[in-house]
Write a protein that binds this ligand. Structure first.
Ligand SMILES: NC(=O)c1ccc[n+]([C@@H]2O[C@H](COP(=O)([O-])OP(=O)(O)OC[C@H]3O[C@@H](n4cnc5c(N)ncnc54)[C@H](OP(=O)(O)O)[C@@H]3O)[C@@H](O)[C@H]2O)c1
Length: 264
């Protein structure tokens, strides 16, 4: 049954483009009061104007989630201005695709900071208020990269694996509290993530799906109360297949990459 989000307070991080923008707009269309945040002010304004068509009380906050103090300020603003958050969508993320031989510790730390430490910090800041109400949803955008060992993405994959592990353990801890956790595993979604500067090219053999397909999958999962969702769904079968034969999966991937590079 479709959840009634009307009047619910929804905070979506990284909503100036791509998946975050698509999710924010759909929450607004379903009547939620949306708060969106990211660094690019003008892009946020464009998304906000589309949200406000359905949900006039929606607002945006410009913030750099790489800064822990900004994350704390964001949580404080959500509590002060909104009185709490009913649905937290931890979506902001960066790829930093780089072969492991060209990776340095500072890059790994920056990826972990935005993709893992920042959403964890925001979650922990907002959790007590959800617990007080005995209600709330935390939607964490992980990636199929968390389990599928994508080449040239070891820092990114590790950050998303951390998101998954944290989310699942948190779900167990919160099982009896009324707070629900949803972990989202996008496959390849057509967004700006693949044209950002300072990233090496993607080695991919699958076609990207539109943001609308990912958004539909997330809302179906929310409506059904699922704890995880892969979009497209066949990535879930790939993850199970890998778990049954890790060596076969890794050697197959390495062969695919070598063939792909030889063809370039
Ligand atoms: N596209 C895919 O195929 C795919 C697959 C698996 C997982 N994902 C995940 O989906 C999420 C959304 O990515 P996307 O594909 O929609 O790419 P995107 O269009 O590049 O969106 C990334 C969002 O994160 C925000 N962001 C990045 N660094 C930030 C920072 N320091 N502070 C605040 N906001 C920041 C960006 O906004 P500003 O630049 O304006 O700050 C943007 O709104 C990410 O977590 C990504 O890892 C995507």
């Amino acid at each position: 049954m479709a959840i009634d989000f009307s009047g619910q307070r929804v905070l979506v991080t990284g909503a100036s483009s791509g998946i975050g923008a698509g999710l924010a707009e759909e929450f607004a269309r379903r009547g939620a009061v949306v708060r969106i945040c990211a660094r690019r002010e003008q892009r946020l304004d464009e998304v906000l104007s589309r949200c406000r068509v359905h949900s006039p009380d929606s607002r945006r906050w410009v913030c750099d989630l790489a800064d822990p103090a900004a994350v704390d300020d964001l949580a404080a603003a959500a509590l002060d201005e909104l009185g709490g958050v009913d649905v937290l969508v931890n979506n902001a993320g960066i790829p930093k695709r780089r072969h492991v031989t060209r990776l340095d510790p500072a890059t790994v730390e920056s990826v972990m900071n935005i993709n893992f430490f920042s959403p964890v910090r925001l979650t922990l800041a907002l959790l007590p208020h959800m617990l007080e109400r005995g209600d709330g949803r935390i939607v964490n955008i992980s990636s199929v990269a968390a389990t599928l060992s994508s080449p040239g993405e070891s820092a990114y994959d590790a950050s998303k694996a951390a998101v998954t592990s944290f989310s699942e353990s948190m779900a167990v801890d919160l099982w009896q509290t009324g707070i629900k956790v949803l972990v989202v595993y996008p496959g390849l979604v057509d967004t700006e993530l693949f044209s950002l500067p300072d990233n090496e090219p993607v080695v991919a053999g699958v076609e990207a799906v539109p943001v609308s397909e990912l958004v539909g999958g997330v809302f179906d999962a929310l409506d059904s109360g699922a704890i995880q969702v892969y979009v497209p769904g066949y990535f879930g079968d790939l993850a199970s297949g890998k778990a049954g034969n890790v060596e076969g999966f890794l050697s197959g991937t390495a062969k695919y990459v070598a063939k792909h590079q030889a063809a370039d």
